[in-house]
Design a binder for this molecule. Structure first.
Ligand SMILES: O=C(O)c1cc(C(=O)O)c2c(n1)C(=O)C(=O)c1cc(C(=O)O)[nH]c1-2
Ligand SMILES: [Ca+2]
Length: 704
């Protein structure tokens, strides 16, 4: 027995039953390549909608559905699970873990969920409030449920953990991490026994603040190697340091290692976090562990001294790649920082790295070590000056999965350009409970304020498929989209790429040259990756539809430049003999401008703006312009009366819908200041928004 188990063997030999999609990236290599080729370049133009299933949430959908023997297991926003007949779309069972609504603001980026794991007749998924749940795959009945956040991880007032990534299973151990570095968190992953839910091992990704043992698998490497790379008294000792593993965890049966993609620093501000000292291991790194024990094997740090939210959590893919005439088993990685890395999968040795998008923070990588050669101006926490960074905090590539086709030898990256203005918080680090705590000035960060700078920012926004040749480390070609924040990519044996776009279209492209061969109006922005499978011997392509995630939340109104859609959350599936029906017609107007009250107290709006940017903007949009998913507060009925507004913001009238109460963060005067600010913003923008709805794009001619 090699410890893989029957399901592990089935995943290792995934190509023997290509009709299934049994793990997040289809195979342990996470190449998101399916050999299925019934649908191919010559017939994809005839693809038709086979079925759709409306979902019972209307926020961002990021899930990769699994398909096991004709049954689809899809997770949705609010950590719900649906089992669906993959041939017909008929709902077989559903499971709602009843995540409390007031938990939504404990995470940075929408109450999303990226998917489930399957093992030995059970399906596993994480919940936004930190649980890991195992269900019977046949019946949907609960087998076990555990809290993945141990009390010792919660020490300190600012710690905030949420779980939205897909668990992965290595040799019968379910491994799950969490998010929270924008608030305060000390990253870790836990391996649970797939049968019982008992903790097997735990690995923290940043040191214990007192350099004491946690009685975890990480103790020795943290105390002997990582602690020395942090200042002993920086804000990290109170804030947790970050390093959350919120997306990629990969088991590689070839090397028998588990790879963790480790996130950004907490707080972001490196000067405050670590007094401007040290590389801060294991932030921005890939860390390799033994699956049985969690014992450290190697690490490779992509972003030392992180201060840009440059997570290395992005999808970890393994490949067998010819390099200098020799085939090597490597990790290829396109993290937020904009460099494409090739790393030896067994040893962590840096092989090569090249920027895959335009970057201004580093001029390149040291060819021997892979360490970035920093542009000194980018170290804004040390210079004390603002930095307009590209990539910005959303990265050259975020959670949207990339794909590889062994037929073309190309990696297909859902690449983007979203700048970010980094501005230090002055006067030291002052954290607020229940808000982002970056050590940055939340009134200035992100989108620049002046109209000219804002126009330039909008011009800088880009989104595209980047076909990247990993052998040459260069671009082969690209397909431009309207803007950033498009869905993940699927590559198939039919020489096709499938991708859903922010503008609500679902496309098939020729994998050899990017020609657009098929599109379908899915009516809502797509941020999830498609999958393909067989049901009754017939090939289907399916994807979750539903605009959301951090981009429309934080960028707000400017996110509309990627394509203006309303969230209609669904799973849609295509086949060659599907019905030709389009989706049913629905309201595509979104939040319509409502003439606001004419009067506001202009003495209160500056503080209202400050409070709004501190507590509200990350979900309801920069400067109170909504991004089309959550209510646009300028047109909300609740701003019409002081008591109505206080009932929602102060007393939690809408907690069931995800709107937390803020009376422990702000007093009634401060909350009323926000209302005055919203009325001001509504008056400033009302006519522009009415006019925008007369043009087909629905986006104002003049932004801002
Ligand atoms: O640092 C973290 O702990 C953390 C967590 C998450 C998350 O859990 O979704 C995101 C990020 N960071 C992040 O930086 C980011 O860009 C991001 C985008 C999204 C999303 O789902 O839209 N989540 C996250
Ligand atoms: Ca982050």
């Amino acid at each position: 027995d090699d410890g893989q188990g029957a399901t592990g063997e089935a995943i290792i030999h995934a190509d023997d039953h290509p009709g299934n999609w049994m793990t997040y990236g289809r195979t342990y290599s996470e190449q998101r390549y399916s050999p299925l080729d019934q649908i191919n370049r010559s017939n994809v133009g005839n693809l038709k909608l086979a079925w759709y299933l409306d979902l019972d949430t209307n926020r961002g959908q990021e899930g990769t559905p699994l398909v096991v023997d004709g049954v689809m297991y899809a997770t949705t926003n609010w950590s719900m699970m649906k089992a669906v007949d993959a041939a017909t779309g008929k709902l077989l069972w559903s499971y709602d873990p009843r995540v409390p609504g007031n938990i939504a603001d404990k995470g940075c980026c929408d109450t999303v969920n990226r998917g489930a794991a399957y093992w030995n007749g059970k399906v596993y998924f994480g919940t936004f409030d930190g649980r890991l749940i195992a269900l019977d795959a046949k019946t949907g009945k609960l087998v076990w449920s555990v809290n993945t956040i141990p009390p010792e991880a919660q020490l300190g007032k600012q710690r905030s953990y949420t779980v939205d990534g897909a668990p992965r299973i290595a040799k019968g151990r379910v491994i799950i991490g969490n998010g929270g570095s924008e608030f305060g968190a000390r990253g870790f992953v836990t391996a649970f026994d797939a049968e019982t839910g008992k903790v097997d091992w735990r690995f923290f990704t940043v040191p214990n603040p007192k350099n004491e043992p946690d009685h975890a698998a990480s103790d020795s490497v943290l105390m002997n190697k990582a602690y020395q790379t942090w200042s002993p008294t920086g804000a990290w000792t109170r804030q947790g340091g970050g390093g959350t593993v919120w997306d990629s965890i990969v088991y590689d049966p070839v090397t028998d290692l588990v790879y963790l993609g480790v996130g950004n620093g907490s707080p972001w501000n490196y000067k405050y976090r670590s007094e401007g000292k040290g590389d801060n291991l294991f932030l921005g790194s890939i860390v390799a562990l033994k699956p049985e024990t969690g014992e450290y094997v190697w690490h490779f740090q992509e972003t030392p001294m992180d201060q840009w939210d440059f997570t290395s959590v992005q999808q970890i893919m393994t490949l067998d790649l010819p390099i200098n005439g020799e085939t090597r088993h490597v990790i290829v990685h396109a993290p937020k920082n904009g460099f494409f890395y090739i790393i030896d999968a067994k040893t962590g040795e840096f092989i090569s790295g090249k920027n895959y998008v335009y970057v201004n923070w580093a001029s390149g990588l040291d060819p021997k070590t892979g360490r970035p050669i920093y542009n000194p101006d980018s170290l804004y926490t040390l210079t004390g000056k603002d930095w307009y960074g590209i990539p910005g905090d959303l990265g050259g590539h975020n959670f949207a999965a990339m794909a590889f086709s062994p037929k073309t030898g190309l990696v297909y990256i859902p690449a983007q350009q979203v700048p970010f203005l980094y501005t230090n918080q002055v006067g030291g680090f002052t954290p607020h409970p229940d808000s982002w705590n970056l050590g940055l000035d939340m009134n200035k960060v992100g989108v620049p304020d002046s109209p000219e700078a804002k126009q330039a920012f909008v011009k800088d926004l880009k989104g595209y498929i980047l076909a990247w040749d990993p052998q040459k480390q260069q671009e082969a070609w690209r397909v431009d989209h309207k803007g950033p924040w498009n869905g993940g990519i699927l590559a198939t044996g039919g020489d096709l790429l499938f991708q859903g776009l922010a503008n609500g279209e679902f496309h098939a492209y020729d994998a050899t040259n990017g020609s657009d061969l098929f599109h379908f109006a899915a009516d809502s922005g797509i941020i999830a990756p498609p999958v393909t499978y067989l049901a009754n011997g017939k090939q289907y392509v399916a994807v979750e539809v539903g605009w959301g995630g951090i981009y429309p939340f934080f960028l707000g109104g400017l996110a509309r430049t990627s394509g203006w859609t309303v969230n209609h959350s669904r799973i849609i599936a295509f086949s060659l003999d599907g019905k030709s029906n389009p989706l049913p017609k629905q309201n595509n107007q979104g939040f319509l401008p409502v003439k606001p009250p004419a009067e506001f107290d202009s003495k209160r709006t500056d503080n209202g703006y400050f409070q709004f940017q501190t507590y509200c903007a990350a979900c309801h949009g920069d400067n109170a312009e909504g991004g089309g998913v959550l209510p646009d507060l300028r047109w909300s009925g609740s701003i019409r009366h002081e008591d109505a507004f206080y009932n929602v913001v102060g007393r939690g009238a809408l907690t069931a819908y995800g709107m937390d109460r803020f009376d422990s963060n702000m007093n009634p005067t401060e909350i009323e200041d926000i209302r005055q600010f919203l009325i001001k913003r509504a008056n400033e923008t009302y006519q522009r928004e009415v006019d925008a709805r007369k043009n087909t794009a629905g986006v104002p001619e003049q932004l801002p």
